[in-house]
Write a protein that binds this ligand. Structure first.
Ligand code: BES
Ligand code: ZN
Length: 452
């Protein structure tokens, strides 16, 4: 281990350069303009694996490619599947970025770029831990199979087909994913729950073209007003969701879990600082952590329609729309929720407009084991990497593929995250702490050793 650790220490700045290189690819999966950049990013990763002596391959899909790489030594007892995603979220609003999102900027111990923490910085941690072993002449104590996808952030991901079609290739003892956050600065965490997601788009249609609001306003429905009225019917005054049957399958929190979370160092004031929001608000009778980790939501992500350019335009708009995502918790199922959502929208929408619900996608919520060989190894590795015992937490975000590892390969997942809650994931000025990056690499190196 000494040789491996000295290599990590000695190559601290080279590793940062590796991260900078990876962050330069504008691999925005949701925007077809960048298709070729995702391809280049996938190739870059393949070449990187090959340079370390791993067998690597880029699997094309009908969407963005999957990068697969493996290190197998028959003498090793265990095989670990490492999952990550090299695609990133869109960058808009671009004007809020202090530095261009794909020109990584380092300020002291912080690197700024889209994908810095979600997920390029985190997936690179594992590749660099592999490098530390192999380049310092040490054999890896565990077999590793890497599956890196380019469709996590925009879906539907072709990895959902790839996994059942490649069961033999992906055979392993467990999956490790670094795509979540630590609990706080200096306080590592093992995440054991993720929310799922159900996404939809609503379109509200009125007149067949924008009309003069003087000649026609007040005589026909305004689609934006009717959409706003519809959206207002999603929650009651206690911020409970009013969709019939929405809570039917929600697993209530158990007392031990509420107690454990209540003992975590959390303040709503700190939460307000992180978010910049003037107040906390959510479903009545639940704490902030409970609301985010264990309660479902119905969130409007965007709303559009009519005229919002400079100056005024006196119209009754022809149509309006919004994008909605519902975060789901165990044991809610996205298809069931989307069906209930569609029914509700059609029932409560104004009959004076035409309403369409479309673009529906979903991912199941996940709960993973809190005690198995991976968790045991991770606890020890985090203590060595960060000098602190991890806490156990859940996460409000989603990693859609986690359930598929269980359902198709029978594998448990270890969610071992290294980013921070305030790293501006999906926001302007996404960042990653270079200290967490470095300590993450040390942790991954120990994880491999503890896993044997
Ligand atoms: N890495 C995130 C999940 C996450 C977010 C973990 C914040 C910890 C903190 C993941 O890449 C992600 O954002 N997933 C999407 C999936 C969706 C587009 C289907 C999400 O949760 O919005
Ligand atoms: Zn991610």
């Amino acid at each position: 281990m000494d040789k491996v650790l000295s290599y990590i220490q000695a190559n601290r700045s080279k590793f940062v350069n590796d991260l900078v290189e990876l962050l330069k690819f504008p691999s925005i999966s949701g925007d077809s303009k960048y298709k070729n950049d995702l391809l280049k990013c996938a190739d870059y990763l393949k070449v990187k694996f090959e340079a370390l002596g791993l067998k690597a391959k880029v699997y094309p899909t009908a969407g963005h490619p999957i990068v697969y790489a493996e290190y197998i030594n028959p003498a090793n007892k265990r095989t670990l599947l490492v999952y990550g995603h090299y695609d990133v979220q869109p960058v808009d609003p671009l004007s809020l970025w202090l530095h261009p999102p794909f020109e990584p900027f380092i300020d002291g111990e912080t690197i700024y770029a889209r994908g810095a923490s979600d997920d390029k910085g985190q997936l690179l941690v594992h590749i660099l831990a592999v490098e530390a072993y192999l380049k310092s002449g040490m054999p890896l104590p565990v077999n590793l199979k890497f599956v890196l996808e380019g469709e996590e952030e925009s879906g539907p991901s072709h990895l959902f087909d790839f996994i059942p079609q490649n069961k033999e290739l992906l055979k392993a003892d467990g999956v490790v994913v670094s795509d979540t956050a630590m609990y706080a600065k200096g306080l590592p965490a093992i995440t054991y729950g993720l929310r799922g997601i159900a996404a939809a788009e609503i379109k509200v249609m009125g007149p067949n073209r924008d009309l003069h609001s003087g000649s026609f306003g007040g005589s026909i429905a305004n689609p934006i007003t009717e959409l706003a009225r519809l959206i207002a019917k999603f929650h009651d005054e206690n911020y409970r969701i009013k969709i019939e049957g929405f809570y039917d399958d929600v697993r209530e929190l158990e007392p031990w879990e509420r107690e454990m979370w209540a003992s975590l160092p959390h303040t709503d004031n700190g939460w307000l600082k992180t978010t910049g929001s003037p107040a906390v608000l959510g479903e009545k009778s639940y704490t902030t952590l409970e609301r985010v980790w264990a309660r479902p939501t119905c969130e409007i992500n965007g709303i559009y329609g009519g005229y919002s350019g400079e100056g005024g335009k006196t119209i009754v708009p022809s149509w309006a729309g919004c994008k909605v995502t519902m975060r789901l918790v165990p044991d809610q199922r996205p298809d069931d929720i989307l069906e209930k959502f569609t029914k509700y929208v059609n029932r409560v929408a104004s009959p004076a407009v035409k309403v369409e619900v479309g673009n529906i996608v979903g991912a199941k919520p996940a709960l993973v084991e809190r005690d198995n060989f991976m968790v045991k190894a991770a606890v020890k590795a985090l203590e060595k990497g960060f000098g602190k015992k991890p806490v156990f937490m859940r996460e409000g975000g989603s990693i859609p593929i986690v359930n598929t590892f269980k359902e198709e390969l029978g594998l448990e997942t270890l969610l071992l995250g290294f980013c921070q809650n305030d790293d501006n994931v999906h926001s302007p000025n996404e960042k990653f702490s270079l200290t967490d990056f470095h300590q993450g690499i040390v942790t991954a190196a120990h994880l491999f050793a503890e896993m044997k």
